[in-house]
Design a protein around this ligand. Structure first.
Ligand code: MGD
Ligand code: MGD
Ligand code: SF4
Ligand code: MO
Length: 730
């Protein structure tokens, strides 16, 4: 799909001329509740607090609004979590709001699925249809016949609440495509998921974490600051990323072998007695078993697996231990990599435990208390429901609140253990972000009803029966959300509309509230957002005023070390180097290294890996004209020696193929990637006919085979080997 919009075009669109025109057009279509605040009555200039929604970091911002039209987004200096930063994507958030192709009215499918033929319908009709179809599905297949999926959003909690009241256990979040194996590993080792205190660290190992492009605040900014101050940052990545370029050292690790590296670090640290003996004796369990487990995991052995010289591994282990406790193996973020990612991340957790860096400056800190109160309710009990989730049997340690999207998808396709025939999707786009797109298509074909609530006609919306237009994060009132900023503690934010909702958009909260009335459980939503926020903030009577004044509220933050002497939230109340629970379940109680399986087919010699660019957010920024200027086209990173062997030159069109599918894109011939690995961006290759400004190039989810983590069911997106050939070559 083509179409480039120049910066000038964009400015014209969001700027003066379009400002007036778009505002008038938008006014005509405004929802009734929004008309009162219509631009015509709006003051000349206003500055309003907001919270960015271009990714999950949710940086605090100040919107500069001229006569009801957002002109510019600036960082909120009081929001210290992002260190006064609003990244390129955050700045481009304006284009997401004024995207001319945004969803404007509810749409009902009239043609075949995915054909793009729609009829505009009013909200009353849309809600009536939605409630009716949900009722039919519940009657025919039990209430668990409805699946609910919500992405990263402050209103996603309402989708879960609705699912619970409706009576379905089948709920998935974007997290089983993202970080659950890492979470599993840390929960099963430390009892909770820690935060890195990068700001005070002297030594950071970034393994498979590209923090200077895949932004996580405040870690990304803190890494830059500490490197300037002399801290050491070691990057392991099969690609020479921007993080690698700025780091102290980079090792082009063989993909899938990080656990070998971690076990060798543990070997050196234990053999040379470099660990924190007091901490390990008092607060961990299983050192003896770990020592035996890593006795033969020498740096020489790890060199053979990882490709990183043994002398470097031994040196890094010594340097890391010498800098402890202000040192860490950075826990990472996306762990949707390999089938044994939970065990790989257990390796990360174990090395940290040996360093004694828990709750210490520059180490790993437990999440700080945020004090936001839950607003509970009594969900009804339905005794005709099946006994459990549709994906429950797939893996031993599923997270119940998140599920596994890829296992749920398999179950829907099979219709077993029981049929799931309806799907409510809010702010997540699995047609573009779940591996093996043909399976997501197959899943959707198996449904009776798909409703998608989104700001844009995403690839998933494109396949829906009913599409509901949502307001952007700058147009709505949201509940309170706690955000963690490492040792600095939690901060609380909320959103109030910066501008009135455009078009006929309606927040998902209002949609669910209306549906709950029609479906007979109005008590689950017998509040408005303002009263919900009051309940959330019950512990902080002063917070509301401060939020209005500063756009952010900081609850009291206990000093580091407060958890000293307290039990860990694990079965043994200690950090579990050796996991008895895993042993009881027949899982490896210590992380057992497996050499990555080679490609099953000599023709498919490249492992395909995914990762991020600073100007792309997954699949949701594809239609953003400002960002497309920086990443207009997807390319395949191909090592220069491999390219030579294949007869591929810079910019040649190449055909990439896997058992899941194929794609065609330009080659980026480069020394910055291993010879056995290829890389392309995610979020390209859009199928939606209503994202005409979307960027050019192949879709990575067409190529990825669907695999999952053996312990928690997180998707494993790096288990695909592809063939590459120049277009037209034999
Ligand atoms: N700009 C931007 N920032 C974002 C996002 C975004 O979309 N855009 N998304 C946010 C989200 S949701 C997340 S989860 C985080 C993700 O943050 P990260 O997990 O840091 O990001 P990725 O770029 O997905 O993956 C990290 C790196 O792993 C490398 N890699 C692949 N295989 C291996 C391996 O076997 N071993 C090692 N050591 N490295 C390997 C890849 O080459 C890639 O550079 O980013 C967040 N920040
Ligand atoms: N190939 C590949 N696949 C991946 C990854 C990868 O790196 N490569 N990363 C994985 C990771 S870490 C993650 S977190 C997932 C993320 O995957 P998703 O959860 O699917 O995230 P996005 O692609 O950002 O899609 C978010 C959707 O929300 C919509 N949206 C944006 N703003 C609003 C709003 O205000 N309201 C509403 N209602 N909708 C809105 C967008 O239009 C878009 O359709 O993808 C995973 N899948
Ligand atoms: S990191 Fe960038 S895109 Fe993400 S919330 Fe912050 S400003 Fe927005
Ligand atoms: Mo993610």
């Amino acid at each position: 799909m083509t179409s480039h919009i120049s910066r000038r075009d964009f400015l014209r669109l969001a700027g003066a001329a379009a400002g007036a025109a778009a505002a008038t057009a938008a006014n005509a279509a405004l929802a009734p509740q929004a008309r009162a605040a219509a631009p015509a009555q709006a003051p000349q200039w206003e500055s309003k607090f907001g919270v960015c929604d271009m990714c999950f970091n949710r940086c605090g911002l100040i919107a500069r609004v001229e006569k009801g039209v957002i002109r510019k987004l600036d960082p909120n200096p009081k929001f210290t979590k992002s260190r006064g930063m609003l990244c390129a994507r955050g700045n481009a958030g304006v284009d997401q709001v004024y995207d001319p192709e945004r969803l404007k009215t509810p749409l009902l499918r009239t043609g075949k699925r995915g054909e793009g033929r729609w009829k505009e319908v009013g909200w009353d009709e849309a809600l009536e249809i939605c409630a009716g179809r949900m009722k039919d599905i519940a009657a025919k297949y039990t209430r668990c016949g409805m699946l609910f999926s919500a992405g990263a959003d402050t209103q996603s909690q309402f989708v879960n609440r609705f699912a619970e009241a409706f009576g379905s256990y089948n709920v998935t979040s974007h997290e089983s495509l993202c970080l659950l194996s890492g979470n599993r590993a840390f929960v099963d080792t430390f009892g909770e998921v820690p935060l890195p205190d990068v700001k005070n660290s002297k030594y950071v190992i970034l393994a498979g974490a590209n923090r200077l492009e895949a932004l996580v605040t405040p870690d990304s900014m803190d890494l830059v600051s500490i490197m300037k101050d002399g801290a050491k940052v070691v990057v392991l990545d099969p690609r020479y990323t921007k993080s690698a370029a700025l780091a102290s050292e980079w090792h082009a690790i063989h993909p899938g072998t990080d656990l070998a590296f971690m076990l060798a670090l543990a070997h050196v640290i234990i053999a040379e007695k470099l660990y924190d003996a007091k901490f390990v004796a008092e607060r961990t369990s299983g050192l003896d078993k770990l020592s035996a487990h890593v006795a033969d995991k020498t740096p020489q052995w790890a060199e053979g697996e990882t490709g990183i010289p043994a002398a470097d591994i031994a040196r890094i282990a010594r340097e890391l231990a010498a800098a402890a406790p202000a040192a860490m193996v950075y826990p990472g973020r996306r762990s949707s990599d390999y089938e044994n990612s939970t065990q790989i991340r257990r390796g990360f957790a174990i090395v940290n435990a040996l360093l004694g860096n828990w709750d210490r400056p520059g180490g790993l800190v437990p999440p700080r208390p945020a004090g936001v109160k839950k607003v509970p309710f009594e969900p009804p009990f339905y005794d005709d429901n099946p006994p459990g989730r549709v994906d429950a049997k797939g893996v031993p340690l599923l997270f119940d609140d998140e599920g596994s999207f890829v296992l749920t998808r398999d179950a829907v396709i099979k219709g077993a253990p029981y049929p799931v025939k309806g799907w409510f999707v809010y702010k997540t786009n699995p047609m573009a972000t779940a591996p093996e797109r043909r399976k997501t298509r197959e899943m959707i074909e198996a449904l009776d009803f798909l409703v998608v609530a989104d700001i844009a006609m995403s690839d998933t919306a494109w396949m829906a029966d009913l599409v509901l237009p949502m307001p952007s994060a700058l147009e709505r009132q949201d509940p309170v959300q706690a955000l963690q900023a490492g040792a600095e503690g939690a901060c609380l934010v909320w959103r109030d509309p910066v501008i009135a909702p455009l078009h006929q958009s309606r927040p998902v909260f209002e949609v669910l509230k209306a549906l709950s009335g029609k479906l007979g459980f109005p008590e689950a939503f017998d509040f408005d957002i303002a009263t919900y926020r009051e309940k959330q903030l019950a512990a902080f009577p002063e917070a509301a005023e401060i939020l209005k004044r500063d756009g952010v509220f900081y609850p009291p933050n206990p000093p580091l070390g407060t958890t000293d002497g307290q039990p860990f939230k694990t079965p043994s109340q200690k950090i579990e180097l050796y996991s008895n629970r895993y042993a009881d379940m027949g899982l490896d109680p210590l992380p057992v290294y497996q050499t990555p399986k080679p490609s099953p087919d000599a023709g498919r010699r490249f492992r395909l890996v995914a990762g991020r660019s600073a100007c792309v957010t997954q699949a949701s920024s594809t239609n953003n004209a400002l960002l497309s200027e920086f990443e207009p086209e997807n390319t395949l990173w191909l090592n220069e020696d491999s390219a030579k062997e294949l007869g591929v030159r810079q910019g040649d069109l190449v055909q990439v193929e896997s058992p899941a599918g194929r794609g065609e894109l330009k080659a980026l011939v480069t020394p910055k990637i291993r010879k056995d690995t290829v890389y392309m961006l995610s979020g390209f290759g859009t199928i939606s006919g209503q994202l005409k400004r979307s960027r050019v190039g192949a879709s990575i989810v067409e190529l990825m085979e669907s695999r999952h983590d053996a312990i928690c069911g997180n998707s494993a997106i790096h288990e695909t080997f592809v063939s590459v050939k120049k277009k037209g070559a034999a």
